[in-house]
Write a protein that binds this ligand. Structure first.
Ligand code: SF4
Ligand code: SF4
Ligand code: FES
Length: 238
């Protein structure tokens, strides 16, 4: 006998609401399978995003029973308490429609945090050699696998309180670059992360680190930035 899941899905924009669907429960079913079933069999107008289905692209992130996560890697058996699912768009970003959010502000903040690499070498120079065991290389490597899914950003209550806060992903990116010995934009980057909306706004409770599907620790990177900013301020008073 096939059992059904009761699935509430957000429809519309910010002023929309939940619509309930009955979806057949299947073995090894993911939350993305559930959303796809609804769109293909029950309501073709449902909007959502995904690309890889295997935890590589980060585009399928949504709120699942109140917690942000990748729908393609969230098994129904792990998240559907009592056979019930509530699927909503990510928090802290404007809703375009249904389960799709506008990521513009999220990526603008990467730019504001000086999150792009600036080097000096040309194609004619030798590659820079960076010792894999060096402290800075290990710090950069620890945060480099971010794929920009915004799960951390959606989970951060400081972003909810003050929308100008750069947020965990942009600050994690800044931290990887602060530790990149080849990069020459460190003064601008330090100024960008030291501002009012930068690292000092983080309260270190760690929802970003708890939820990051790549097991990264933006909280630790932000703490590192705080230390560097304080050190630079003390140094400038000498
Ligand atoms: S730090 Fe983790 S949760 Fe945040 S955007 Fe990167 S991969 Fe996603
Ligand atoms: S630790 Fe900082 S960046 Fe992470 S969720 Fe909390 S306030 Fe946001
Ligand atoms: S669809 Fe690419 S991470 Fe889920």
């Amino acid at each position: 006998m096939t059992t059904n899941l009761e699935v509430k899905v957000w429809r519309g924009k910010e002023d929309g609401g939940f619509v309930t669907y009955e979806v057949p429960r299947l073995d090894s079913q993911t939350v993305l399978d559930v959303v796809t079933y609804i769109q293909r069999h029950l309501d073709p107008a449902l909007s959502y995003r995904y690309a890889c289905r295997v935890g590589m692209c980060g585009s399928c992130a949504m709120n699942i029973n109140g917690k942000a996560g990748w729908t393609c890697r969230s098994h129904v058996s792990h998240v559907a308490a009592g056979g019930k699912l509530e699927i909503a768009p990510l928090s802290n970003l404007p809703v375009v429609k249904d389960l799709v959010v506008d990521m513009t502000e999220f990526f603008d903040k990467w730019a504001r945090a000086k999150g792009s690499f600036k080097g000096v070498l040309t194609r004619y120079d030798q590659f820079a050699r960076v010792e894999p065991a060096s402290k800075q290389r290990r710090a950069a490597d620890a945060g480099i696998e971010c794929i920009g899914c915004a799960v951390c950003y959606s989970s951060c209550d400081v972003v909810a309180w003050r929308p100008d806060y750069l947020g965990p992903a942009a600050l994690n990116r800044a931290w990887t670059l602060v530790n990149d010995v080849r990069d020459i934009a460190q003064p601008e980057r330090m100024r960008a992360v030291a501002g009012d909306a930068g690292c000092h706004s983080c309260h270190t409770q760690g929802s970003c680190t708890e939820r990051c599907p790549k097991s990264l620790a933006p909280t630790a990177g932000i703490a590192g930035l705080k230390r560097l900013v304080v050190k630079a301020a003390l140094g400038s008073r000498k």
